[in-house]
Design a protein around this ligand. Structure first.
Ligand SMILES: *[C@@H]1O[C@H](CO)[C@@H](O)[C@H](O)[C@H]1NC(C)=O
Length: 263
C-alpha cells in the first residue's frame, strides 16, 4: 500500500512537471508571434568569477522550449563545485530523457557564445552549439523535434534566460551578476525584438532578471541575500525536479577524464 501510494504520488508529480521547473531561480522569458516557431536564437555571456569551492551545482543558461514547456534546448555553463564547464543540453520531460554534448572546461572571464538553429521543416531538428570564444573550443549536437500526442512535430516558441539551482548565497559567484548580450531571436526566419518578462521560481539570494533591452538581459544576485530554506536545499541535493544532478555526476566523470588525460 505504501509503495502504491508512492507510485501514485510520483505519477502525479510527473504529470504536472514542466518548465519553468523547481530549481530555476530568476529568469526572463519571451515568445514568438502566434503561429510561428523559433528558427534561431543566440546570446553571449561571460563566465563568472570563481565562487568558493563547494558541493554546489548551478548554471546560467539560455534556451528554447516547445509551446507545452516539455522540451528544453539549452547551451549551459555549470559550476561543478571546483571548476566551470560548458556544453549543450536537451531535457525532455515526457518520456523523461536527457542528452548532453561533450563537456569542456572554461575559465572565469571567458566569453561564451551559444547558438540554437532550426534545421528546417523537412529535417525537424535543432543544432545546438556552445563556443568558448576566448579559447575557440566548442561543443555541439543535433536534437530531433519530438512529435506531440497529435502525431505532429511540436513547435519551439518560448525563449528563456535563466539562472538555475539552489545553493547557499555565499556559494554563488562573487561578481553577483551575469549579462546575456547580443541576444538574437528569429521566428520563421524573421528577427524579432523579444518582449522579456521576468519571473522567479525559487526565490533565494535576491536573484532577479532584468531586461536592459530586447537584446540584453542581466541576472543579479546577492551573496549575502535571503538564504534558501532547508527544504529548497534538500530538494536541490536530491535533484527531485529534473536530473541536472545526474548531469553533475556525469560532468564530474568527464572532468576527471579530461584531467587524467592531461596528466
Ligand atoms: C508551428 O509552426 C509552423 C510554422 O510557423 C506553423 O505553420 C504551424 O501552424 C505551427 N503549429 C502550431 C500547432 O501552432
Amino acid at each position: 500500500m505504501h509503495s502504491a501510494f508512492i507510485v501514485a504520488a510520483l505519477v502525479a508529480a510527473v504529470a504536472v512537471a514542466q518548465d519553468p521547473a523547481p530549481g530555476w531561480l530568476a529568469y526572463a522569458t519571451a515568445q514568438c508571434p502566434a503561429g510561428t516557431r523559433i528558427t534561431h536564437m543566440e546570446a553571449k555571456w561571460t563566465v563568472g568569477q570563481d565562487p568558493p569551492q563547494s558541493f554546489a551545482f548551478f548554471s546560467p543558461w539560455f534556451g528554447i522550449d516547445t509551446s507545452d514547456n516539455l522540451n528544453l534546448l539549452q547551451p549551459v555553463n555549470p559550476w561543478l563545485g571546483t571548476a566551470w564547464a560548458m556544453y549543450t543540453e536537451y531535457y525532455q520531460w515526457s518520456p523523461s530523457h536527457n542528452k548532453n554534448s561533450q563537456q569542456h572546461s572554461v575559465n572565469a572571464g571567458d566569453q561564451l557564445h551559444g547558438q540554437i538553429t532550426f534545421n528546417g521543416e523537412s529535417e525537424q531538428s535543432y543544432t545546438l552549439i556552445q563556443t568558448d570564444v576566448t579559447t575557440g573550443q566548442s561543443s555541439q549536437m543535433v536534437i530531433p523535434v519530438q512529435r506531440g500526442s497529435d502525431g505532429l512535430h511540436k513547435n519551439y516558441t518560448i525563449q528563456y534566460i535563466v539562472y538555475e539551482k539552489v545553493a547557499q548565497c555565499n556559494q554563488y559567484p562573487p561578481d553577483q551578476k551575469v549579462v546575456f548580450s547580443d541576444i538574437q531571436v528569429l521566428c520563421n526566419g524573421v528577427a524579432i525584438q523579444p518582449a522579456w518578462t521576468s519571473g522567479v521560481v525559487d526565490s533565494v539570494c535576491d536573484f532577479k532578471a532584468t531586461a536592459i533591452s530586447p537584446s540584453e538581459v542581466e541576472i543579479t544576485w546577492n551573496t549575502e541575500g535571503v538564504p534558501p530554506t532547508k527544504e529548497m536545499l534538500e530538494r536541490a541535493g536530491a535533484g527531485s525536479s529534473k536530473n541536472f544532478r545526474a548531469d553533475n555526476v556525469a560532468a564530474w566523470r568527464e572532468l576527471k577524464k579530461s584531467r587524467q588525460g592531461k596528466n
